[in-house]
Design a protein around this ligand. Sequence first.
Ligand code: SF4
Length: 233
Amino acid sequence: MNAKQKMRHILDTLAEMFPDAHCELRHSNPFELTIAVLLSAQCTDETVNKVTVSLFEKYKKPEDYLAVPLEELEQDIRRIGLFRSKASNIQKLCRIVIDKYDGDVPSKHEQLTELPGVGRKTANVVVSNAFGVPAIAVDTHVERVSKRLALAKPDDTVLEVEKKLMKLVPMDEWTLTHHRLIFFGRYHCKAQNPQCPICPLLDLCKEGQKRMKPGIVKKTKNKAMKPKIANEG
Ligand code: SF4
């Protein structure tokens, strides 16, 4: 099986496992999605969704975020990690969106990454989910799963993982593949307890086969005593 055939098999398997994979951050327009993704850095989607229920009720447009003191916005998102810098970035972002883009979140990747608090991953999520532009956003799940399945090398950067996936996956499947890899990583190939014994990809996953060997499982358990901190959103 060559690399493209292997990828095809993975894509078809993920499609069977997670036919309805989608963005799990609540939002009803591009602006809300941008705020939600910005809030989700180093935080779970679940926590963000709890906070945005009342946040999006109170703040509907960029002007609303600028109409309150920074401290009030901080309090409204205080359950989220790094809430102070995120509140500050949200207000700066809103100022730019109003001054430069007439109140609408821009639709181009390079415009989005110029906004405070918006990196490459956030911009990919926004262009693909809000504007229908194909993109593969590489978060912690996509990175881990890609490396375990040897679609990328263990020491590849996030950008290198993204580029490798873009080469292997047909462009019209980029966005859906991003969602399916996240679901696969979040619910099946989990960071601490991947479901290797029941994994339909075990045949082609050397990492899974290694983990199935008793000696290695023991080693993994020992290593688990010092877990790495990761964004498990
Ligand atoms: S075999 Fe295990 S490590 Fe490999 S993809 Fe499946 S769950 Fe993940």
